[in-house]
Ligand binder design. Structure first.
Ligand code: SAM
Length: 196
């Protein structure tokens, strides 16, 4: 299983944003939507062995986490606007405690980054994607990985401290600073090449 945890530092935790304003009013939700696209889409198929966690830290109902499961996902299309609509519907449905299934393959909860990392560290290896990490081409990887990335901003010191509370490796994908969704494409490609 491949997992991607993307930290939406200002991404809206409420469903009251306009679909025409996902870069502004929704707190750079566009970065997370493109990341979903990179995590799941192949040319004519969905990656069923991928899970994506969108940590929504913006807006008055933060934090919330959206979990997308490739093996259950339906109604996901490659355009950002329709994915924004799935996200908005999930955020509008949020009820009580625990995790709620908002639509096939999309779950919403009040988990924060710390809770998500605690859970994933117990069942997979954490890989912090970081520009000054170890070169991915020099790193041995297993098939059960959780990649952690920032959005348009890097992880804060506090978020890095949460990661440091767990065994993890810091890994770089190349010599430049890439967009989050491009990092996910590169990581998927690297694992595909290794047959993982
Ligand atoms: C757009 S970058 C963050 C902002 C960027 N540091 C800047 O100066 O504008 C988004 C995230 O992608 C990941 N990232 C970007 N370039 C990377 C690289 N070369 N290797 C590994 N991860 C990278 C990091 O997790 C980073 O937080």
């Amino acid at each position: 299983m491949r997992r991607f945890v993307i930290i939406g530092h200002r991404a809206s935790s409420t469903g009251d944003f306009k679909l025409d304003d996902i870069c502004g009013g929704a707190g750079r939700l566009d970065v997370l939507l493109r990341s979903v696209n990179s995590a799941f889409f192949l040319s004519h198929a969905l990656r069923r062995d991928v899970e994506a966690y969108l940590i929504l830290q913006g807006g008055k109902d933060a934090p919330k986490t959206l979990r997308l499961r490739g093996d259950e996902l339906r109604y996901l299309n490659p355009d950002e606007r329709s994915t924004a609509s799935l996200v908005r519907n999930a955020l509008l449905k949020r009820g009580g405690e625990g995790e709620l299934r908002a639509s096939p393959g999309i779950y919403v909860s009040r988990e924060d980054l710390e809770e998500v990392l605690d859970r994933l560290a117990a069942e997979s290896e954490l890989i912090y994607l970081k520009e000054d990490g170890e070169d991915i081409r020099e790193v041995e990887l297993s098939g059960d990985l959780t990649f952690v990335l920032g959005d348009d901003r890097d992880l804060s010191e506090e978020e890095e401290r949460l990661l440091e509370g767990h065994p993890h490796r810091s890994v770089r994908l190349g010599p430049r600073s890439y967009h989050t969704d491009h990092c996910i494409t590169l990581a998927n490609n690297e694992l595909d090449r290794r047959g993982l």
